[in-house]
Design a protein around this ligand. Structure first.
Ligand code: ASP
Length: 356
């Protein structure tokens, strides 16, 4: 594990801060500032110059950064593992965690962490920005300050949001329910199938019935390994047998997230049925996820999905593709028995899908 450089800011010294937050900087647009006319990654030693508002917070904030600062389009499972290990190493030292991350793959990282961090009892809040912190109109300041406020919020010494979330432009979303929906407006993230955990205006309104209550008897631990031999197969009218077969025949493939139409429908062409059946017989696990962002897969509602149940395709219900693919990577690493893998994929593990 590399030695991480840290900067701690305690605005209430010499008084005791009411909470402590560890901020982990991973990269993304947010952390860019202008230097000699160019946008370059922000050095956290200058945090107070860039974000003087921090001095008005009444809790302690420690900044650290991954060794490799990246555009989140380069995000990888080994970096998710590094983040999970960093949280584990500091779990007892801090009340909560904020992860500064590029927006492009933030929903994947949030989903992966929601499975890796087991029995989480503290907030882990991802945020980022559409404009760099060094730009006058940046959305980074509000996103960071509010993510910090939410991370530090407690009642009776207990955190208000003890789960992996994304905070972005006035909404706090469950991380494994969120999707990046917008690449130019500031409201980049939405969650179609689960209500926001908080909405932010003049006050922060928490949606308590929808926030996970952790089981305090279970000890926090991490299970960070993932199986990368998975693929996403998106259907479209006109998809050919060649394309489907070449994906299903990828050497070493263990699982497929099948993006289907509407409520989980797919062509009833004999060749398509044959390819999928043949793949499940080779123990490739297939999870049916809808291309629609809202609503859910209902296998068997239409004739075009009835046969999925018969060949052992798992219904993804109202899961997002981001959560489905990371869940599949995670479950395939935990289990070897195919029936058991299918069972675990079909049930919610971290609030990522609804039970119907
Ligand atoms: N490409 C950037 C990233 O995801 C975009 C952003 O940060 O918003 O790292």
């Amino acid at each position: 594990m590399p030695a991480y450089k840290t900067v701690t800011i305690n605005p209430v010294l010499p008084n005791r801060p009411r909470a402590s937050v560890l901020v982990i900087y991973t990269g993304g647009t947010l952390g860019m500032v202008f230097e000699k006319g160019q946008l370059v990654p922000f050095d956290f030693e200058q945090i107070l110059d860039r974000l003087p508002e921090i001095k008005r917070l009444d809790f302690e904030i420690t900044f650290t950064s991954l060794e490799e600062i990246m555009d989140s389009s380069n995000m990888r499972p080994d970096v998710w593992e590094e983040i999970a290990r960093l949280i584990q190493r500091h779990y007892e030292l801090y009340d909560s965690f904020v992860i500064l991350h590029g927006t492009d793959t933030m929903a994947y990282t949030a989903s992966a962490l929601s499975f890796m961090l087991q029995n989480l009892g503290k907030p882990v809040i991802l945020t980022g920005a559409q404009l760099p912190i060094g730009v006058a109109r940046t959305d980074a300041r509000e996103n960071i300050i509010t993510a910090l406020e939410i991370a530090a919020a407690q009642i009776d010494d207990r955190p208000l949001v003890p789960e992996v979330c994304i905070y972005f432009q006035n909404v706090l979303l469950r991380g494994n329910r969120a999707k990046k929906k917008e690449s130019s407006q500031f409201n980049a993230f939405r969650s179609e199938n689960y209500p926001p955990l908080a909405e932010v205006g003049v006050t922060i309104e928490y949606n308590f019935p929808f926030i996970i209550t952790p089981n305090a008897d279970l000890e926090f631990r991490i299970k960070p390994q993932l199986e990368q031999n998975v693929a996403i197969l998106k259907l479209f009218p006109g998809i050919t047998q060649n394309v489907v077969r070449s994906i299903l025949e990828i050497n070493g493939l263990r699982g497929i997230v099948l993006e289907t139409f509407g409520a989980g429908n797919a062509p009833t062409l004999p060749w398509f049925l044959h390819e999928l059946k043949e793949a499940t017989e080779r123990d490739i696990v297939i999870m049916n996820v809808s291309q629609c962002d809202g609503g859910r897969v209902m296998q068997g509602r239409y004739q075009t999905s009835t046969w999925f149940d018969k060949i052992g395709v798992v219904s993804g219900g109202d899961i997002t593709t981001e959560a489905a693919v990371t869940k599949m990577m995670w479950v395939l690493q935990q289990e070897t028995d195919v029936e058991r893998i299918r069972e675990r994929l079909a049930m919610p593990l971290a609030g990522e899908m609804s039970m119907f």
